[in-house]
Ligand binder design. Structure first.
Ligand code: UD1
Ligand code: MG
Length: 452
């Protein structure tokens, strides 16, 4: 049996933030959520999060994990003190306890599996995850013998200069035989530089303790400040982009592109430079996105072209062409083979298949049929200062250039509206609507001052 405990009670002083450290976002997910995801494959019997600093805020952010139990550490007296809080909760638990630091978000599930396997195979009292890292500053140093049996863990600040040269560090991830840990937890003391109770001291009391070295030291990066947060983001990004390139997606300039790990991309899609794909987004087969586009929580069909545009919370049908400089937001559905051109904003709008809104338009709160052409510079007047109103436009309509469509408004199918019209009344099917003043010509006219 395995229980998992995540240490998430610390403030994260070095982040210099009002937000608890474990709630800082890394590529769309909080640090603590990433830690939870990394151990989900182990299918633990129990999952506990130790919370303290702004406990309610952390709990609220984790409400979508109904199986997660919260353990309060009202004063944050160190990582050992945090684990001590588990004693009443796991009094009857028999099995192994995996302890994870809430600020170590890059662990691969395979690594945790291997750690647990090593622990169980050797029947260790504890097994700790370690790695040899180029810059070990700030990490606890791990000293062990040639058969990987632990001698000692010493915190960076408690190390002598010689001890500090050791580049094998403690990842803050431990597997414990819970019954053995239960016995030593009450013995922890706070006689160190920080006057805190260290979980690393509990490890020092146990035997046998083995270390498990992760070859990829990047996995154990702990986030203590914003610089480390940015480094972790880069690592996650290169993992995500490498995966997509291996799966048949072209990313022209990976360094200038960011992709959340929630995004899905079809084969032969081309992601051009300075493009950012976020949240629950899918990109269909063969689509070409960018350069310079942001797509968030949106579904893009196959063979779609998006150039220098922003698309949020919307969907785009197959073979559509968007941009340059289009802004599509809030539940827009663009049909297949549509064209949404430069300087066009769409909001809460549906466009039927083969419809074009090609230049300089705002279409909001509208339902537009198929094969409609919206002329350049047309806008829906959807807001009267208090309420939003709907516009509908039937199939095959041709809205002239520079029309003002004052909602609520229904324009029928196969309608033509004259250029420059301000349409305020419904238009029936199959007709021409002209709503503009007649042009007047005054021959030989001059301004008054010109006549004097
Ligand atoms: C810790 C380890 C260090 C290791 C490093 C890896 C100790 C004493 N040191 O140091 O050996 O190399 O992680 O990243 O454990 N927390 C609580 N309650 C507390 C204090 C902290 O829940 O009272 C939580 C924090 O929210 C954080 C985690 O424990 O998620 C680690 O705390 P942190 O202060 O970052 O420890 P480090 O100094 O990084
Ligand atoms: Mg830390």
């Amino acid at each position: 049996m395995v229980a998992v405990a995540i240490l998430a009670a610390g403030k994260g002083t070095r982040m210099k933030s009002d937000l608890p450290k474990v709630l800082h976002l890394l590529g769309g997910r909080s640090l603590v959520e990433r830690v939870l995801i990394s151990c989900a494959d182990l299918q633990p019997e129990r999952q506990l999060a130790i919370v303290g600093y702004q406990a309610n805020r952390v709990k609220e952010a984790m409400l979508h994990y109904p199986d997660l139990e919260f353990v309060e550490q009202s004063q944050q007296l160190g990582t050992g003190h945090a684990v001590q809080q588990l004693l009443p909760y796991l009094a009857d638990f028999k099995g192994d306890l995996l302890v994870l630091n809430g600020d170590v978000p890059l662990l691969r599930p395979e690594t945790l599996k291997a750690l647990l396997q090593t622990h169980q195979q050797h029947q260790n009292a504890a097994t700790i995850l370690t790695s040899q890292i180029p810059n070990p500053q700030g990490y606890g140093r791990v000293f062990c013998d040639s058969s990987n049996l632990l001698k000692e863990i010493i915190e960076d600040r408690d190390c002598t200069e010689t001890q500090r040269q050791n580049r094998r560090v403690n990842a803050g991830i431990y597997c414990f035989n819970w019954q053995k840990l239960q016995e030593v937890l009450p013995k922890l003391q706070s006689n160190n530089d920080q006057q805190e109770y260290y979980i690393t001291d509990a490890v020092n009391f146990l035997s046998p303790v083995m270390v498990y070295d992760v070859p990829d030291y990047q996995e154990i990066l702990g986030i203590n400040d914003r610089r480390q947060l940015a480094t972790a983001y880069q690592i996650i990004q290169s993992r995500i982009k490498d995966n997509w390139m291996a799966a048949g997606v072209t990313i022209i300039d990976p360094d200038s592109v960011t992709i959340d790990d929630t995004v899905k991309i079809g084969v032969d899609a081309i992601i051009e430079p300075q493009t950012h794909l976020r949240g629950d987004t899918t990109i269909g087969i063969g689509s070409r996105i960018g350069p310079g586009s942001l797509i968030e929580n949106s579904q893009i069909g196959s063979n779609v072209r998006v150039l220098h545009s922003v698309i949020v919370d919307s969907s785009i049908g197959h073979n559509a062409n968007v941009g340059p400089f289009a802004h599509i937001r809030q539940y827009v559905h663009v049909g297949e083979s549509c064209r949404v051109g430069n300087f066009v904003e769409l909001k809460k709008t549906t466009l039927g298949d083969n419809t074009n809104v090609a230049h300089l338009s705002y279409i909001g709160d509208a339902t537009v049929g198929k094969q409609v052409n919206i002329g350049a510079g047309t806008i829906t007047v959807n807001y009267d200062g208090k309420h939003k109103h709907q516009t509908t436009i039937g199939n095959f309509a041709r809205i002239g250039s520079n029309n003002t469509l004052v909602a609520p408004l229904n324009i029928g199918s196969e309608v033509t509206t004259a250029a420059g019209s301000t349409i305020v009344k419904d238009v029936p099917n199959d007709c021409l609507a002209i709503a503009r003043s007649h042009q007047t010509i005054k021959p030989g006219w001059r301004p008054k001052w010109h006549q004097e």
